[in-house]
Design a protein. Sequence first.
Length: 183
Amino acid sequence: MAGDIRKILVVEPDARVVEVMVDSLVRRFGAQITCVSHGRDALDIEMLEPQDVVVASCDAPDMPCTALAEQLAAVSRRPVIMTAQALESDEVITLLRFGVRDVLVKPFPVGDLLQAVESGIESHRLHREHQVRHRQLRDLTRRLVRERREMSQRMDLICRDLVGAHRRLVSRVLEVEERIGQN
């Protein structure tokens, strides 16, 4: 995890919970933490400066957690960890369908949060690396297709030249044979 500073967005209306989360996340990851208490603020931050991980409470006062998860998924692909007092199983399933990586039930051990964030950071890193490799392979494939087309065009020209040379040779051979046949 050493190297660049991670950016983590925390969406939590309870100041005491925020304090514990921030202290733990900074200590563990040396992360830059942005804290908001409303889902709309989280969406604004994500649109302006996407974070590496989002830890969002289902207790955000301005929107249901499923709506927040859905809108976060629409803004960018980064791991989202939701925290909640209690959730129905259909709500958990909906959150997972929207791409939420983990759902932690309050009160949860800080270690569980740190493990979920670490796992999220690692998956986000791997996802970015995969995207880079995918772009590189796509660019390489395009270059290979272009070079193959160019090579095919060159081969067509060479073949036309060879056919033309063969015709000229056959024509000269026939002329020579004709002269020999006349003598």
